[in-house]
Design a protein around this ligand. Sequence first.
Ligand code: FAD
Length: 284
Amino acid sequence: MIAKLYEDKPTLSFEVFPPKKDGEFEKAYEVLGELGKLQPDYISVTYGAGGSRAGFTVELASYIQNTLHIDAMAHMTCVGSKREDLMQVYRSLAERGVDHVLALRGDRPRDMSDEQFASRDFAHASDMMAFLKENTALHLAGACYPEKHFESFSMESDLNNLKKKQDAGAEFFISQLFLDNDFFYNFLEKAQKKGVSVPICAGIMPITSLKQIGTSISLSGSSVPKAMSDLLATYGDDPEQMRRAGVDYAIRQIRDLRENGVKHIHLYSMNRPKTTAEIVAGIQ
Ligand code: FAD
């Protein structure tokens, strides 16, 4: 049970991704061991696009829960899954004592045909949540988007859909990364007006290399404020300076969030213990 969130006490959690190949688990366990020393309230584990390598997510979540004795949350997506696929993953998690799932629709895999996409069992994350709520004992969380989800026509409709996720069983939300806190503050205000009352964790990703602009940031649909583009222009060619500047930016973002009453911080650790440890030290 990710207790502090339900008790409304401040939390700090991390996100990690599972290895891509079977032979890479030792390295992943080493990374987790280092992250575990920072005593996060929980660690979430991402799920391969379209449900690929679901077993890897289960294995890592189990290691977090049973070896590190830190609460684990497994991400699960439904875009490429049938009901029975989800139930199989659920049973594997339950056998290992993992009872929190971040329930996501996921992005349409490139190799999924129009016919497969149109006949998927779950159209939206809220449909998956309603199914899991009815058929499992899982605690469910969902994703939210301070700058709206890229498929939504408006923030208004995205927030209506967010409320549907709460109604379907989401007990808390984790936000997409954002680099300008004002987006998050505006979002919190609007979500509250729509009746979203469960905790919302602020998703913070340290931008420590120029490469992330072409990957994480463009995929997330988040905008890049001038302060960040200035930083990239100044330090982008020097990997260590850029890393330090990115750590510093994340620390300032988190401090500002906390000063403004945001209790729950979810750090996208990118499986980098050193960078994560520096951020944790900087926000004490
Ligand atoms: P949904 O909540 O279904 O929303 C998708 C779109 O449909 C939105 O535009 C929404 O407004 C709309 N919508 C929602 N419900 C309805 C409805 N009832 N009627 C009409 N429209 C509706 N992807 C992975 O593959 N693996 C991961 O591990 C992963 N982890 C993530 C973690 C976080 C914190 C976040 C923010 C995202 C993560 N993603 C992950 C990416 C995510 O799968 C994509 O952003 C995906 O495009 C949307 O997923 P969702 O659960 O938010 O979808």
